[in-house]
Structure formats: structure tokens, C-alpha cells
Design a binder for this molecule. Structure first.
Ligand code: ADE
Length: 232
């Protein structure tokens, strides 16, 4: 049976979806509130994980264990890592990795979690392609990109740090949860995709731009998630 787990790190990333859901049950676990119900005629569980990779991994594991979700979608905002990807645009993941994982001293490539056998966790092809086609339908004024999403427990707001991440990983955008959700989904054999709207450019302007654009950006991503659900 199809049951889609939807994770946003912050309330503003899930509030619109919660407002539209016909809620059947609320469950509290690990200080997170999981809302089960129907959203756009689809069985779903919506949850705010909290910020950062540990919160996101705990949340994704609960979705797998307790709610037995069939798919996981991560919706939210991110900092752009490409000049042509502007504030308000959307990035859909092809894969995701931890930009702050570094075990090079034992021969692992920068970003690779030792003994996992892969550098990046691949998103489900169907979910990823569906997200792009739905985005063109529901947000025609917005540019949508497919590419690598990189995550770390850092808000990137320094041009030099940003350039290092670009050089090392060729990411399209940077955020703080996606790779953990991808990693957890991979361990549990659950198909996933990350959908992020750009709130800032992850450089010295990020601190100013982020508060101005996060709400509108989060709404773009949430709208897309809602519309793709029946077609999963
Ligand atoms: N989420 C949104 N913008 C971000 C940034 N610049 N760095 C990390 N996470 C983000």
C-alpha cells in the first residue's frame, strides 16, 4: 500500500501541507509530531523533523519503522551552489551526500561514509522525474533543476566555504538534512526524493536573503509535493 512520508525540517516547510491534510491520527515520538491522514487523495504522514542531520535521520527511521512508509519525500529550502540557480527556483535530487563527512585519512573519498560502498545516495528515478514534470505543471514560472544535493551540519554563508563545497562535490544546492534522509532511506530500501526551493545563494549574502525568501521558497516546494502525490 502506498503511504508517503513527508519530512520538512522547519514548521514553515510543512505548515501548508498540514493545513491541507485530512488528519486521522497524531502520534508523538522522539519529540516529533507525526500527522497521519489523506493529502490530495493519498495516504501520507507529515512531520517536522527539526534542523540538522541527526534530527532528520531519527525522523526518517521512525517513518520506516513505526509508519512503514512506502516512499519518503523531503521538502524544504536550500542555498544555491550554481550561478544560474536563483532564489525561488527548485532543485530535485538525483543523489545526495554528506559534504561534512571526511575519512580521507583512511583512504575514503571526501564525503563518503566508510563501508557504505557509495559516495552518494541515489534518489528514486520515478520520484525524481515525477517531481520535475509536476513542477513544470504547477509552478510554470519557476525554473526546475535536477542534480546533486549536499548536506552538512552547517549553514553555508561564506563564499570560500561555498566554493570548496562546489569544487569537491559538484552539488546544485546545499542544506542540512537531505543526505541523512537519503542515507536512512537507502539503509531501509525505501525510495526517496529531496525537493528544495532556493532561499539564498549560500554566500556572504545568505544571512540577509534567507529570512526574506525562506517562506515563499518553502511554499513552492510544498505545493509541488502536494501535487505529485497522486501520481506516485
Ligand atoms: N538552507 C537554506 N540555505 C542554506 C544554506 N545556505 N546552508 C545550509 N542550509 C541551508
Amino acid at each position: 500500500m502506498k503511504k508517503v512520508g513527508i519530512i520538512g525540517a522547519m514548521e514553515l516547510e510543512v505548515e501548508a501541507l498540514k493545513g491541507k491534510m485530512e488528519i486521522c491520527q497524531k502520534t508523538e515520538k522522539a519529540s516529533m509530531e507525526f500527522l497521519e491522514g489523506t493529502l490530495n487523495n493519498t495516504q501520507a504522514v507529515i512531520v517536522r523533523s527539526g534542523i540538522g542531520k541527526v534530527n532528520a535521520a531519527v525522523c526518517a527511521q521512525i517513518l520506516c519503522d513505526l509508519f512503514e512508509v512506502s516512499h519518503i519525500i523531503n521538502t524544504g529550502v536550500a542555498g544555491s551552489l550554481k550561478n544560474e540557480i536563483n532564489i525561488g527556483d527548485i532543485v530535485v535530487s538525483t543523489d545526495a551526500l554528506h559534504h561534512d563527512m571526511d575519512v580521507r585519512v583512511f583512504g575514503y573519498p571526501l564525503g563518503e561514509v566508510p563501508q557504505m560502498g557509495c559516495l552518494a545516495f541515489r534518489a528514486d528515478q520515478h520520484l525524481s522525474q515525477l517531481a520535475v514534470s509536476c513542477c513544470k505543471e504547477v509552478n510554470p514560472e519557476i525554473s526546475v533543476y535536477r542534480g546533486r544535493i549536499v548536506s552538512g551540519d552547517q549553514f553555508i554563508s561564506d563564499k570560500q566555504v561555498k566554493e570548496g563545497i562546489i569544487r569537491n562535490f559538484q552539488g546544485f544546492c546545499v542544506e542540512m538534512e537531505g543526505a541523512s534522509i537519503a542515507h536512512t532511506a537507502y539503509l531501509n530500501h525505501v525510495p526517496f526524493v529531496i525537493i528544495r526551493a532556493i532561499s539564498d545563494k549560500a554566500d556572504d549574502s545568505a544571512q540577509m536573503d534567507y529570512p526574506s525568501f525562506e517562506k515563499a521558497a518553502a511554499a513552492h516546494s510544498a505545493k509541488l509535493v502536494e501535487h505529485m502525490l497522486p501520481e506516485i
